[in-house]
Design a protein around this ligand. Structure first.
Ligand code: MN
Length: 303
């Protein structure tokens, strides 16, 4: 199932016809009182939500995808975990380009030595919200990535069992300011994590290690690769991350970007595609531009 969130917190099932509004499926979630749990409550109850959404979908109104303002399919991840230099050719381009590595030795070591890093959850938006360039004087790059969403509490999970803990997958953009600072700062500006267009439940993607992914900017192909070139696969990343900290439902694992990172600027239109997930369009704007126009950001399913 492809579950999306749109407009003012609505829930949808995306298929070839459009998006079926199944917001009523959220009624299966328990009521909460403060203090709230440290996980995303929708993802924590995903099987119940999927069952109810499936029951509602047939009679639900079908909305045209292009008119919706798509939000991040995960509303409240406790952590956004990200893999640095997880494709060899991207590590090679980082090492060879001072504009990317910025003379920071921490940027050119292997992922086995670097480990994973965290992005602020306040950086998260959906494709309909767009990217707002925070530091226009700094080089700011696109990075397209496969994103895995954790479905069950996971601690000290071995790679062989790790995919059992994944609820589903979505497309991630890890927008990155280049420079000397720590990754957790450079990649955590507001809007610098984009997830969308929807969460594809894990049953539809039994092997996340064979997916084509690409990104275009203003119609020009910038990155094109396949997740088979990841140095550490999804299962390895879950093992590594869960050896340091407990993963909770809704935690996001961005799996790293292939070669071809390049600068973006206000006015650009990004189109990111991951095989078996779909395609999302994301606009880039300046802080002074204000909110994007309604309907300005679209997403489309690609079979
Ligand atoms: Mn990245």
């Amino acid at each position: 199932m492809r579950l999306c969130r749109f407009d003012e917190g609505r829930l949808g099932v995306a298929d070839a016809a459009g998006v079926r509004d199944v917001t009523a499926a959220l009624d299966v979630l328990p009521g909460y009182r403060y203090p709230f749990p440290p996980y995303d409550v929708l993802v924590a109850h995903l099987p119940q939500v999927v069952a109810r959404a499936g029951a509602l979908a047939g009679a639900a109104p079908v909305l045209p995808l292009g008119r919706l303002r798509l939000l991040s399919p995960v509303a409240n991840p406790g952590k956004i975990i990200a893999a640095p230099v997880n494709y060899q050719k991207h590590l090679d381009e980082v090492k060879s380009d001072v504009q990317i590595h910025a003379n920071n030795p921490a940027h050119t070591i292997t992922i086995q030595k670097a480990g994973v890093f965290l992005k602020a959850s306040s950086s998260l938006v959906g494709p309909g919200e767009g990217v707002v360039i925070r530091k226009p004087e700094r080089r700011t790059d696109h990075e397209v990535e496969l994103a895995a969403v954790i479905g069950k509490t996971a601690s000290h999970v071995r790679a062989a069992q790790a995919l059992d803990y994944v609820a589903g997958y979505t497309i991630g953009l890890d927008i990155s300011i280049r420079g000397s600072e720590d990754r957790s700062l450079r990649k955590s500006a507001d809007t610098y994590t984009v997830l969308g267009p929807w969460l594809v439940t894990a049953d539809e993607i039994p092997d996340p290690g064979t997916l084509d992914l690409q990104i275009t900017v203003n119609g020009e192909l910038r990155q094109q690769s396949n997740t088979k070139y990841m140095i550490l696969g999804v299962a390895d990343l879950v093992e590594m991350a869960s050896s340091f900290y407990t993963l909770h439902p809704g935690d996001v694992v961005l799996t790293g970007t292939p070669e071809g990172v390049s600068p973006i600027e206000p006015g650009d239109r990004i189109v990111a595609t991951v095989e078996r997930i779909g395609t999302m369009e994301v606009s880039v704007r300046a802080e002074e531009d204000g909110a994007p126009q309604a309907g300005a950001a679209h997403a489309s399913a690609k079979v």
